[in-house]
Design a protein around this ligand. Structure first.
Ligand SMILES: NC(=O)c1ccc[n+]([C@@H]2O[C@H](COP(=O)([O-])OP(=O)(O)OC[C@H]3O[C@@H](n4cnc5c(N)ncnc54)[C@H](OP(=O)(O)O)[C@@H]3O)[C@@H](O)[C@H]2O)c1
Length: 341
């Protein structure tokens, strides 16, 4: 970290301390990202400042730096919505001490040496959980938990179909689906992804790149269909999955990694009395911080007891940050991908 002195008028000098970060200077996508210096975040009451050891890469990061996401931070900024590291300023959060190992939701700014985490998005990490694993938890596991529990109300014994089941949120949904005692059917596009989905607890796996998805679901359920669909993929898979739901089924709309937002004939919901349910974790985090803090606490209980562990596929240096985002955007990610600033 270095210091810049800005002379303002005759007598005022402002000291800006700089940190290394992956920087987005224009909304033109991954190719224009570069590593450089940004002003350090200013500690704020109620938010912990952390020395970032690991930041997880999400599919949405590539949309954010291309100006195609729901929010647009002021330029320049560092992408990265979740991080793990050590506390350097507690922000007055009760019980927190300098040096504590934590992880949490940053909004953006995680792919840098320092980042701010608000109290309700912050979790403590046991020594048994690595920083890479810690950074992999808040967004993917927070989203999948909120989707399956709050929005989908998945019950024990129900059948849950997870599309893109070896991706970040997909694999988290497989694991959390098993924690909820659902029968989990995973859909994936390669043998390697199938193996990881099975390792995450999937009871059955459909290779939707090889066989027709609807036919695959029919075979896997002996024609009875599924209760809940977790859909981070969109495109043609969405309608095929909705058509394979049972009476009273729920289609959880998570995202559109395929690049296509599907249009669904609404008669499909009428004839089966089922629901299309939107899921927006970041908004839930803002609207109901207490509920989200409780969700994250439950997830961390599972991590502490050893019954839930994020799958980290690979990690990149900060200098390779653009490569890390490209790796995820190009459908290579299996579980979570990490940047170590
Ligand atoms: N609603 C929310 O609150 C929320 C929160 C977090 C993420 N999301 C959204 O969820 C989606 C997945 O995010 P993620 O971080 O889990 O991404 P990810 O790790 O890249 O996983 C996406 C999965 O989608 C499948 N896929 C199908 N077609 C694809 C394509 N053309 N390009 C890339 N992947 C494709 C891939 O599985 P196969 O190769 O097996 O098909 C891949 O594993 C994104 O749209 C993201 O914005 C939404």
């Amino acid at each position: 970290m270095s210091e810049n002195h800005l002379a303002c008028g005759l007598s005022l000098t402002i000291t800006v301390t700089l940190m290394r970060a992956l920087i987005c200077e224009e909304y033109s996508g991954i190719e224009s990202l570069r590593v450089g210096e940004l002003a350090e975040p200013v500690p704020t009451p109620g938010s912990a400042l952390i020395q970032v050891e690991a930041a997880a890469v999400n599919f949405a990061d590539s949309l954010l730096v291309a100006g195609q996401y729901q929010m647009k931070p002021d330029l320049p900024f560092a992408p990265g919505s979740e991080a793990a590291g050590r506390v350097v300023d507690t922000g007055g959060i009760p019980g927190l001490e300098e040096g504590d190992r934590v992880a949490g939701f940053t909004g953006f700014g995680a792919m840098a040496e320092l980042a701010l985490i608000p109290e309700h998005g912050l979790v403590r990490l046991e020594d048994a959980t690595s920083f890479d694993e810690g950074a992999a938890i808040p967004v993917a596991y927070g989203t999948s938990y909120h989707a399956l529990v709050d929005r989908g109300e998945v019950k024990e014994g129900e059948t849950l179909l997870v599309l893109g089941a070896a991706g970040g949120v997909g694999l988290a949904a497989v694991q959390i689906g098993k924690k909820l005692k659902a029968h989990v059917i995973a859909t994936v596009s390669s043998d390697e992804k199938a193996e990881v989905a099975r390792g995450g607890g999937a009871d059955e796996v459909i290779r939707y790149d090889e066989i027709d998805l609807r036919k695959g679901i029919e075979e896997a359920t002996n024609g009875s269909g599924v209760d809940v669909v977790f859909d981070p993929v969109g495109g043609e898979a969405t309608e095929a999955a909705l058509r394979a739901t049972r009476w009273g089924g729920r289609l959880l709309v998570i995202g559109f990694a395929s690049g296509t937002i599907p249009s669904i004939p609404l008669n499909l919901t009428l004839v089966k009395g089922n629901s299309i349910v939107g899921v927006f974790w970041g908004r839930h985090f803002m609207e109901d911080p207490q509920a989200e803090a409780e969700n994250l606490a439950t997830i961390m209980d599972w991590v502490r007891e050893g019954s839930l562990r994020p799958h980290v596929q690979r990690s990149f240096d900060l200098e390779q940050g653009a490569d890390a985002l490209r790796w995820v955007a190009e459908r290579n990610a299996i579980g979570r991908v990490i940047i170590n600033p």
